[in-house]
Design a protein around this ligand. Structure first.
Ligand code: ADP
Ligand code: MG
Length: 315
């Protein structure tokens, strides 16, 4: 049983149904109607040592990533960050570690205007859980709104974090770009800049945490449609072309870029709005009726993607 069927079977029906739950389990975050014209957006993510980050990761980088992955889920809904809770399980209370961790956490929290309002602390294996809440005045951008003919965009380079992880695990030789790949792995930048513009145009959106194909599949399932993608349009580090191992970009994970769909009629406008903020996005394909096809280049030669599953716990 994988992560998603486990959640579906055991948790989707839990509790009394309530009119104020606009959207529960199944998207990047839950949506709660608290006032007539605004809703709360709630998400939660855990980082566990050796599962989500190597033991060698610094306290500052762990704090950064723990908050960034939550902010990324808020971005994927089109929400504005507001509050977060922090649950810490620590093997010991090392003051140097805590000082670096808390300073890094505070730096990013201030940058994105989100406030720590509570949490929990206990002794145990190193694990960090953050529950973040955002606000939304307009409609949320769900996974379920993609329409036939929409263009599929990603907000930045994919695969760098997965390359760094492979290098740290000695599965790949380190090259001159290792430092920058490691930065992508440890210091992902939640794309609220992209989200705040794109939310006015996108029909569907998700953040890329588990790999492009697996996460896009969530949009396709929720929207009951298919997609065609063009490998040569997906931005990726040169090294991936050199080693011709595309799983880093297709299913590597930890990218924390946004993937979103935009109807043809809005494309010019959305690109102009992004460009005005000096933000580049990449048109990597289109929504189709069904299936998922990956073309190698414009000659329409297809690539077998059956081996490129997204990351799944218990997968
Ligand atoms: P993401 O990758 O965007 O963080 P996940 O894949 O972790 O999302 O989760 C998918 C959906 O399942 C989300 O709506 C999440 O809130 C929900 N979910 C995950 N684990 C649980 C759980 N133990 N109980 C209830 N809902 C869960
Ligand atoms: Mg997500």
């Amino acid at each position: 049983m994988n992560e998603f069927s486990l959640i579906k079977q055991y948790f989707t029906q839990c509790g009394e149904s309530r009119d104020d739950v606009l959207l529960g389990i199944g998207d990047d975050a839950a949506l709660l109607q608290t006032q007539p014209n605004s809703s709360l957006v709630m998400t939660m993510d855990t980082l566990i040592e050796e599962v989500h980050f190597p033991s060698s990761t610094s306290a500052a980088d762990i704090a950064h990533k723990a908050l960034a992955v939550n902010l990324s889920d808020l971005a994927a809904m089109g929400a504005t960050p507001a509050w977060f809770l922090l649950s810490l399980s620590l093997p010991h209370s090392n003051e140097d570690w805590l000082s670096s961790f808390s300073q890094s956490l505070a730096r990013q929290a201030t940058q994105y205007g989100i406030k720590l309002i509570g949490g929990d602390t206990c002794k145990g294996p190193l694990s960090i859980t953050i529950q973040a809440t955002g606000m939304l005045e307009n409609k949320a951008v769900l996974r379920s709104g993609a329409q036939l003919g929409d263009h599929i965009f990603v907000s930045g380079t994919l695969g760098a974090a997965a390359l760094a992880l492979a290098m740290l695990q000695n599965k790949l030789d380190k090259n001159d770009d290792f430092e920058s790949f490691q930065q992508a792995l440890n210091l992902p930048q939640p794309r609220l800049d992209v989200s705040q513009i794109v939310k006015h145009y996108a029909t569907a959106m998700i953040d890329l945490s588990d790999g492009l194909l697996g996460d896009l599949e969530h949009i396709l399932k929720a929207s009951d449609c298919g997609a065609e993608l063009f490998l040569d349009r997906i931005p990726m580090p040169n090294l991936i072309h050199q080693i011709k191992d595309y799983h880093y970009v297709l299913s590597g994970g930890d990218d924390y870029e946004l993937c979103f769909t935009v109807p043809e009629r809005y494309i010019k406008e959305v690109k102009q709005s992004l460009l005005a903020q000096k933000i580049a996005v990449f048109d990597i394909g289109n929504i189709t009726q069904s299936g998922l096809t990956l073309y190698k280049g414009n000659d329409k030669q297809t690539m077998d993607i059956s081996t490129h599953q997204g990351f799944q716990h218990f997968g």
